[in-house]
Design a binder for this molecule. Structure first.
Ligand SMILES: [Zn+2]
Length: 197
């Protein structure tokens, strides 16, 4: 490779190490079919880690996150498969969110995970990776908005019910209904905190 590209072997080794750190390549040692350096079998992992890095280090406007959520999540809701594996995880997260005495930060951390699990149910690895990359941004803006809410307890009760309805719509194969419910759920929270998207 160094000969082909007319660069030093050190540069090739360095390049491989960087791609490995990003998750694009997987290096195996020894001999046999698993040995050698491969392009990873999970292309979304590399994209996800780079995207996460970019998003985590940016101060994104809340309105932009909300609009991106609407775009990704209503599409995912309409295309989610009722028997997707990630829906079992989504259901567990809702049970965790029913725990009495759960604080707003814990609730909203689980809430963001729930939305990632829902988006994954559409089976599009790019949409799943983009939602996973947005998870921390979602968690942090929703947490930031709780101070602007009139009453957290009643908002939490409403969010719990909306989550159950969304999950039921997806499990029942009602994609369009799920998409509508997801859109109202995301916008409702944002509006309740006094914002418009
Ligand atoms: Zn939610």
């Amino acid at each position: 490779m160094a000969g082909q590209l007319k660069i030093s072997r050190t540069s090739v080794r360095e390049g491989i190490r960087v791609l490995e750190a990003l998750g694009v390549l997987k290096a195996g040692v020894g001999s046999g079919p698993a040995a050698g350096t491969f392009v990873t079998a999970n292309p979304a992992a590399a994209l996800g880690s780079t995207l996460r890095l970019h998003i985590a280090s940016s101060h994104l406007p809340v309105a932009d996150i909300v609009q991106t959520r609407l775009l990704l999540e209503t599409w995912a809701g309409a295309h989610a498969k009722g028997d997707a594996a990630s829906l079992a995880a989504a259901e567990h997260l809702l049970d965790d969110m029913d725990r009495p005495g759960l604080g707003a930060p814990e609730f909203l951390a689980l809430d963001a995970l729930f939305h990632v699990a829902l988006a994954e149910a559409a089976g599009n690895i790019l949409v799943g990776a983009m939602m996973a990359s947005l998870r921390e941004s979602i968690q942090s803006y929703t947490q930031g908005l709780t101070a602007a809410l009139p009453d957290w307890q009643s908002t939490a009760a409403r969010l719990r019910n909306e989550h159950r309805d969304i999950l039921k719509a997806i499990q029942g194969g009602n994609g369009q209904q799920a998409a509508d419910l997801i859109g109202r759920h995301i916008e409702g929270f944002y509006r309740e905190a006094g914002f418009r998207e």
